[in-house]
Design a protein around this ligand. Structure first.
Ligand code: HEM
Length: 185
């Protein structure tokens, strides 16, 4: 397979899941919608960070730049708006090899692309990088890690793309689950 098409293959095969997540996250036109977005994002990011923390970066893969620490910023955003972090649930996310690592990172880092749009929407609600939308500002500030990840995805030898895409799908499902559980709470 032409290596440079891997990222686009993953994008094509997960596009339905992205559309589903976009619909679940919704466009926050009111501050109440934003509160829900913040709580759902916190729940998802907590599960994601936990899955990543248990995995050692493979020695044969070039590391990505240091990630911005989104969880502390999300906690501050919640605090700014007088909200509590949501209760945590058991997570399906598991990072255990190169395929699950790259499939998981594809979704987490790719979300920086959408974050630029979300930050503009948050600004329309009066939020800023210093109040309420700190994590979105940090996330949308740089696409360096996303670009490094795409390069890594395209250049890594011998990847089982079916398993990689399955890992991405699991992550998208985890985002959806985190938001849906808020409605049940
Ligand atoms: C309402 C919420 C969202 C909107 C409006 C949105 C919007 C977008 C847009 C416009 C792009 C493409 C940007 C470009 O091609 O330059 C994108 C890409 C992406 N988004 Fe979202 N997004 C949202 C939520 C999410 C969430 C919650 C995640 C995952 C946690 C996510 C993961 C991704 C990924 C992985 C890509 C990269 C696709 C690729 O080009 O390979 N998005 N998003």
């Amino acid at each position: 397979m032409n290596l440079s098409s891997r990222r686009f293959l993953v994008r094509d095969r997960t596009s339905l899941s992205h559309a589903r997540v976009e619909a679940i996250v919704g466009s926050f036109s009111t501050i109440a919608d934003y509160h829900r977005y913040l709580r759902g994002t916190y729940a998802f990011r907590s599960a994601y960070e936990e899955a990543m923390a248990g995995f050692d970066w493979p020695a044969d893969l070039p590391p990505l730049d240091h990630a911005p620490q989104l969880l502390p910023l999300l906690r501050q955003d919640l605090g700014d708006l007088g909200l509590q972090p949501p209760a945590m649930h058991e997570s399906l996310l598991q990072v255990s090899d190169r395929e699950t690592l790259l499939g998981t990172l594809y979704v987490a880092e790719g979300s920086s692309l959408g974050a630029r749009i979300l930050y503009r929407r948050a600004q329309e609600l009066g939020l800023t990088g210093e109040f309420g939308a700190r994590h979105l500002f940090a996330q949308s500030e740089s696409l360096t890690r996303w670009r490094q990840l795409v390069k890594l995805l395209d250049e890594a030898p011998e990847l089982d793309l079916d398993r990689l895409v399955a890992a991405s799908e699991t992550v998208f499902a985890a985002v959806g689950g985190a938001f849906e559980r808020l409605q049940d709470a």
